[in-house]
Design a protein around this ligand. Structure first.
Ligand code: FMN
Length: 399
């Protein structure tokens, strides 16, 4: 049984939320409804209060329990937020992070997964503004239950009709299952670049932003895992709930992994670790001189290869950023480093690899299977990698 917060916004399909609420309750969940002001024009809050047995709130100043700040309380106790139907306006507000009513305020304040079932006129749904908002929210990990094709209340025909109730309820069930499938599993992730010092002001770095590794941490947390994120220098805010170990150099990352590897169940090496470092980091800044300056580079230890020999029952996932013969190189790395899975991308391809928010990954499995993913947000790519980990862990855990 889960606490489901059902957000109802001002769509003509608001009445459909009654069916959704009833079906969720029939499956044993506790449903709490929050409505937008527009929704209350289309269906009475009393209907939902009677159906669910819980007071319905609209305004952020509504306080059903005296002295309790309702939007924070609701945000914290909810296991999942489902917005069905979601209007174009509410989707836009969520994208911008506006907090002008109870629903949008608690959506900002919650750490629970958010599922959205849009409902609107086909022209509104296909509008570039709406589609851009959907893409932004998807990249943040919000899940959409896509609208279907049909004839609208206004008579228009096209995509925009709210999904059928069983489809919505099934999406909720699947999301709730996923929220626990890594419960008790410790996932160790490396992310970002490493900086190899030349002197006190200069370093050799690389163009990794850390976005892929942070997205993996977010996805693993969403599946209920305990997450340790060993991160090189990035401009990103680590996901709430992860234990964060900041490092700068490849040697520091190597040490951090060695210390924590034995205690983990899954190791995902998404960091772009420098293969070489300057032999010596100068103690003082190197001054400009007339002649050349030669820096001698020595190899860094190979983190993935170093743990491969004591892998045991652990699932180990590698990443390969390649510029040529990507699949061939990745397949060799998979074998050589005893990995369960390697995610490879060609960093020269547009929308793939460093700095951007999207990636186009191909997953190579130890059993020889190859899975080509379309270009997706890094968060969506991360979701697929974590699902692949879950699939591999399940037989190992004897479930
Ligand atoms: C009868 C009626 C039906 C509507 N149906 C929809 C709809 O299905 N989808 C939508 O995005 N907007 C719909 N709207 C417009 C929204 O109610 C309007 O944009 C409102 O500002 C949404 O506010 P909210 O997102 O806070 O609920 C409808 C308006 C009316 C009057």
């Amino acid at each position: 049984m889960a606490n489901i917060l059902l957000g109802v916004s001002g769509s003509i399909a608001a009445y459909r939320a009654c069916d959704v609420a009833r079906e969720l309750m029939r499956q044993g969940h506790r449903v709490q409804v929050v409505m937008t002001r527009a929704a209350t024009r289309l269906i009475s809050p009393d209907t939902f209060a009677a159906l669910t047995g819980n007071p319905v709130t609209v305004d952020v100043f509504d306080e059903p329990v005296a002295g309790e700040i309702a939007h924070i309380k609701l945000a914290q106790v909810s296991d999942l937020v489902l917005i069905a139907p979601a209007t174009a306006h509410t989707i836009a507000r969520l994208t911008l992070g506006l907090a002008d009513d109870m629903l949008t305020t608690l959506a900002l304040a919650t750490r629970a997964p958010i599922l959205i079932a849009p409902a609107m006129n086909p022209t509104m749904w296909s509008h570039p503004a709406t589609q851009a908002h959907v893409q932004t929210l998807r990249a943040r990990g919000v899940e959409f239950i896509d609208p279907t094709y049909g004839v609208m209340a206004c008579g228009d025909e096209g995509w925009g009709k709210i999904a059928d109730t069983p489809v919505i309820v099934q999406a909720v069930q699947q999301r709730l299952c996923r929220a626990h499938d890594l419960q008790g599993v410790h996932v160790l992730i490396t992310a970002g670049p490493t900086y190899e010092p030349i002197d006190p002001v200069r370093f050799i770095g690389n163009r990794s932003s850390g976005k892929m590794g942070y997205a993996l941490a977010e996805a693993a947390l969403a599946h209920g895992a305990r997450v340790t994120l060993i991160t090189g220098p990035t401009a990103l805010t680590p996901p709430a709930g992860a234990e964060v170990v900041p490092v700068r150099t490849a040697l520091q990352m190597y040490e951090a992994v060695q210390e924590r590897f034995d205690a983990c169940d899954v190791f995902i090496a998404a960091a772009a670790v420098a293969d070489y470092r300057p032999e010596r980091a100068l103690r003082r800044k190197h001054k400009r001189t007339e002649g050349d300056w030669t820096i001698r580079l020595v190899p860094n230890p190979d983190i993935l290869a170093s743990v491969a020999t004591r892998k045991g029952q652990r699932i180990v996932v590698g990443f390969a950023a390649e510029t040529d013969k990507a699949l061939q190189h990745a397949a060799q790395k998979l074998k050589r480093k005893n990995l369960d899975l390697i995610a490879v991308n060609d960093v020269l391809e547009a929308g793939s690899g460093f700095e951007v928010d999207t990636n186009r990954l191909t997953l190579l499995y130890a059993d020889g299977r190859v899975e080509e993913l379309p270009q997706m947000s890094k968060r969506a790519c991360a979701e697929r990698v974590i699902e692949a980990v879950v699939e591999r862990l399940t037989p190992a855990r004897g479930e």
